[in-house]
Design a protein around this ligand. Structure first.
Ligand code: HEC
Length: 167
C-alpha cells in the first residue's frame, strides 16, 4: 500500500515538472492580465464596464418607450426618453477617451433624435404617429453605431464591443 503511494507520488512528481513551463507561462499571462487591469483602472472616470452597464439600461428605458406610446401614456414615454437620453449622454466619455470621432458623430445623431422625440412627446396634444416615427428614427441612429461597433456572440447571444475597436 505504502509502496503504491510512493510510486504514485513519484509519477505525479514527474508530471509536475513536465507541466512546470506551462505553469510559468500561465503565471506570466496572469501577471500581464493583472497589469492590464491595473492600467484600465487608472481611468477611474469611465471604464468599458461602465459603458456596457450604461448601454444595458439605455436599452431597457428605450425599449419601454414604444410600450408607453402604444398605451397612450405619453408622460411615461417622455420619462423614459429623458432617462435613456441622460444615460446615453454619459457614454460619449468612452468614445472621447478612445478618440473615436466617428462614434462621437453617431452618438450625437442619436442624442439629437432623442431630443426631437422629447419635444414631440412634450406637445400639448401628442401626435402619436409622429412620435412613433421618431422612435424608429432614434432606433436607426442607435443601430448605425451598433452596426459599426457592436457584435453578438452567435452562441450566447451576448453583445460586446467589436474586438479591436478601441485600444
Ligand atoms: C456611438 C455608439 C452607440 C450608440 C449611439 C448606441 N450604442 Fe448601444 N451599444 C454600443 C456598443 C459598442 C455596444 C456593445 C457593448 C456591449 O454591450 O458589450 C452596445 C450595446 C447595446 C446594448 C446591449 C447591451 C448588452 O450588453 O446587453 C443595448 C440594449 C444597446 N446598446 C442599446 C442602445 C440604444 C437603445 C441606443 C440608442 C438610444 C444605443 N444603444 C446607442 C454602441 C452604441
Amino acid at each position: 500500500m505504502s509502496r503504491d503511494l510512493q510510486t504514485t507520488r513519484t509519477r505525479r512528481g514527474g508530471r509536475d515538472s513536465a507541466f512546470r513551463p506551462i505553469a510559468f507561462a500561465l503565471l506570466g499571462f496572469w501577471t500581464l492580465t493583472a497589469a492590464a487591469t491595473a492600467q484600465q483602472s487608472s481611468y477611474p472616470i469611465y471604464t468599458q464596464d461602465d459603458f456596457v452597464k450604461t448601454m444595458k439600461s439605455v436599452g431597457q428605458n428605450f425599449g419601454a418607450i414604444n410600450t408607453a406610446i402604444a398605451a397612450n401614456d405619453f408622460e411615461e414615454a417622455k420619462g423614459r426618453v429623458v432617462r435613456s437620453r441622460e444615460q446615453l449622454a454619459t457614454t460619449v466619455t468612452f468614445w472621447r477617451k478612445n478618440k473615436k470621432e466617428d462614434a462621437v458623430k453617431m452618438w450625437r445623431a442619436a442624442i439629437t433624435k432623442m431630443d426631437e422625440l422629447d419635444t414631440a412627446l412634450s406637445a400639448e396634444t401628442v401626435d402619436k404617429d409622429a412620435a412613433s416615427a421618431l422612435v424608429k428614427q432614434v432606433g436607426a441612429a442607435c443601430g448605425a453605431c451598433h452596426a459599426q461597433y457592436r457584435e453578438q456572440d452567435p452562441t450566447t447571444k451576448a453583445y460586446r464591443l467589436k474586438p479591436g475597436s478601441v485600444q
